[in-house]
Design a protein around this ligand. Structure first.
Ligand code: HOZ
Length: 432
């Protein structure tokens, strides 16, 4: 299908923006073809520059839990807008926001606002290092924690999509301090900890991974990590940039009996505006400047527009727990329908889902870690992606991402997605 205006914009973009995009996955390299350029979005729909409408299953990669341009959030931003856009000084909303986050997420006793998930994760690890006086950290293959140097080792999301899980430009020294283990492999973590006695400051993970496609923790994995951290004085960091306030009002940690020491949050707490935060145990957070010696700062931190949007969003979620039931019902209807269509087509593709997040992997083997995720048939995924796009469904342009549902969907729209899936499957499997 041709997208003339998008193609013209992409041609112009490539002259002045590296690869024509401001974030690599958007370039469609993993699925072939040229990216569609977005003009606007409303509720469950997103519209491209060529005037086409799509059902939205990316939702700004997570934050649009209530759908696009939600009135409540629009109003909060427009009210805040009247009073200027940035002060670089403390405001009432930041206090309200911190109090709300602390009340919603039991493991967070103090919280610091930043501007992105990347800032949140790099700052959280710095706190862990400052607090423990140790240099090393353990991350998991295929987990993605933003693009700070120390995380670009065996990284997921755009890094794997574009084939650079270990980015050039990261010094050997930094890389040496990042140890990696396969996700869900407690024994591997234990070995790393024993081989590096009293040297590991932090273990960081997405407790539910969204960045190698959706991968769930196996029973006992998070509990085991908690025990190892307690035994060895290691700071356990949950990166809930994607799952925070999406899977429950306390994030994924609200659904399990494991509390991290620090939690990182991102775009969701800005209702889609550029925000991040890190928070956790007060003794750890009191290490952050100016309370303590670990430096971290930012003029735009706690930006009034972002705080207004985030406060409106989180207040709504706090007061409307039925949101999570609705999201899960949509997820369940979609999962049931996709599985049924797959069976009809004779291909039992793996579908991982929790609540409103899911990934359909183009493999029939279970996906519990990065190696499993990489066994997916990527060319087949590329054809599926385009077959869905042609039928008006906007999916993430990479196998190694999660999809996100919003409450703006309806059962009828889910059924439209299922009809598109059925046709897409026939098209790509006939061609295969
Ligand atoms: N790494 C992001 C999703 N996991 C992609 C962000 C974007 O391109 O907007």
């Amino acid at each position: 299908m041709t997208h003339n205006v998008s193609q013209q914009l992409f041609d112009r973009a490539k002259q002045v923006i590296p690869g024509g995009v401001n974030s690599p996955v958007r370039a469609f390299r993993a699925v072939g073809g040229s990216p569609i350029f977005i003009k606007s979005a409303q509720g469950p729909y997103i519209f491209d520059e060529d005037g086409r409408r799509y059902i939205e299953l990316i939702n700004s990669w997570g934050p649009m839990i209530l759908g696009h341009a939600q009135e409540l959030i629009q109003k909060a931003i427009s009210d805040a807008l009247q009073h200027s856009f940035s002060y670089g000084a403390p405001t009432r909303r930041e206090v309200d926001m911190a109090e709300l986050i602390v009340s919603m997420v039991p493991s967070i006793e103090k919280v610091r606002m930043v501007n992105s998930g990347t800032e949140a994760t790099m700052s959280a690890v710095r706190v862990a290092r400052g607090f423990t006086g140790r240099d090393k950290m353990i991350k998991f293959e295929g987990c993605y924690h933003g693009h700070a140097d120390s995380f670009l080792i065996a990284a997921g999301s755009g890094a794997i999509t574009n084939g650079v899980p270990d980015s050039p430009g990261v010094t050997r020294g930094v890389a040496n301090d990042t140890l990696t283990a396969p996700f869900n492999d407690l024994a591997a973590v234990q070995l790393l900890v024993e081989a590096n006695p009293a040297q590991i400051a932090a273990i960081i993970l997405e407790p539910v991974v969204g960045n190698m496609g959706l991968v769930l923790p196996q029973p006992g994995f998070l509990e085991g990590l908690r025990t190892i951290c307690d035994q060895h004085g290691i700071v356990l960091i949950f990166d809930e940039v994607m799952t925070g306030f999406r899977l429950s009002k306390a994030g994924y940690q609200g659904l399990v009996d494991v509390k991290p020491d620090l939690t990182t949050l991102g775009k969701i707490i800005g209702g889609g505006l550029p925000v991040g935060a890190y928070g956790g145990r007060a003794d750890l957070m009191n290490y952050v400047s100016p309370a303590g010696p670990v430096y971290q700062a930012g003029t735009l931190s706690g930006n009034p527009l972002a705080m207004a949007a985030g406060l409106a969003m989180l207040t709504y979620l706090d007061e409307h727990p039925e949101t999570y039931t609705t999201l899960d019902q949509f997820g369940s209807r979609l999962e049931g329908g996709i599985r049924a269509e797959n069976r009809k087509a004779g291909r039992d593709f793996t579908l991982n889902r929790i609540g409103s997040m899911y990934t359909l992997f183009m493999t029939e083997q279970p996906v519990t870690n990065f190696a499993d995720a990489k066994s997916a048939d990527l060319p087949l995924f590329g054809r599926y992606f385009h077959a869905m796009l042609d039928r008006g469904v906007y999916l993430a342009p990479s196998q190694f991402e999660s999809l996100f549902l919003s409450t703006a969907l309806t059962n009828e729209l889910i059924d439209e997605v299922l009809a598109a899936h059925s046709e897409a499957l026939q098209e790509i499997l006939v061609a295969a």
